[in-house]
Design a protein around this ligand. Sequence first.
Ligand code: ATP
Length: 320
Amino acid sequence: MLEVRELEKSYGALRALKTLSLQVPKGSLFGLMGQNGAGKTTLLRTIAGVIRPEAGAITIDGVDALRAPMEARALVGYVPDYFGSYENLTVLEYMDFFAAAFGLSGRSRRVRCQELMWHVGLSQREDMLVDHLSRGMQQRISIARALIHNPEYLILDEPTSGLDPGTRVSVREMLCELCDSGKTILISSHVLSELSEICTDIAILDKGVVKVTGEVSGILKQIEHSNPLKITVLDGTRAAMAIFRKHPCVRSLTLSERTFSLEFEGSAEDEAALLQQLIDADIPVHGFMRDAGSLESFFLQMTEGRREQVIQSNVDESDL
Ligand code: ATP
């Protein structure tokens, strides 16, 4: 388990991480989501030991990463969101350089480099200059480099950004395979769909704070209840509006033609009671359903503070 507790990191007056706590279960493919500037890179760099927080604790498989940084680094492979420039270094020389930096030597160094180049599909390109590789291949070799010391945890910052769709899919497949082989993977993105399909767990970060975290399956259940309730009436819009406005579960409401869209914070029983109330008021209800929402809309709700909205209506009463 990788655990972050009450982490604080500031750049001057800007608090990039605000008493941030997070748990990454062992064996998970954990997606860290957040819009630009949410603090993802800062968090990942702190966990990887690239920058030091002002306060808090990071524990990786029981190792205190701030007190024993070398021990912690042996457990973590980090792929930053930039590749860097390696003039005149071939794929093989690049791998060999990093293998040497991790203390590998002789035959074990050669074998490890060959193994990893094969694993990421670059065996045929060992003599190619890394600066001449495509963005996708550079991402692959970065992953191979991060795996050189066979770490338990692989941390990747926006690994699919700037890749074409086909390469994105192959990088995602590689991450799933690595997770299946026992690695714990922590990956960031501001594109939710990148992560929602492959991750087992997610955390949504906003302005240095974790807004939501948990297993994707559990969060998807929450989403079902966060989607708008769509109610279509054939007549009686004004009477229906009066009922919705007084209802304690209705947070906001809009009307288009004869269909109301309600932000409704209530259980299935509350929904059934509302339907009954409309029927009892002789309102001809033609449609009553929850929108099939997405992780995307949930993410926007979480990061734009829409949950705190009080009842708002864009309904012009004179239209009724
Ligand atoms: P992005 O997706 O744009 O990379 P992010 O979620 O990774 O965003 P960070 O890069 O961690 O977010 O940035 C968090 C906040 O800290 C932002 O407001 C950013 O401008 C600021 N910040 C990051 N690095 C520095 C730095 N070295 N000096 C000053 N401010 C910084």
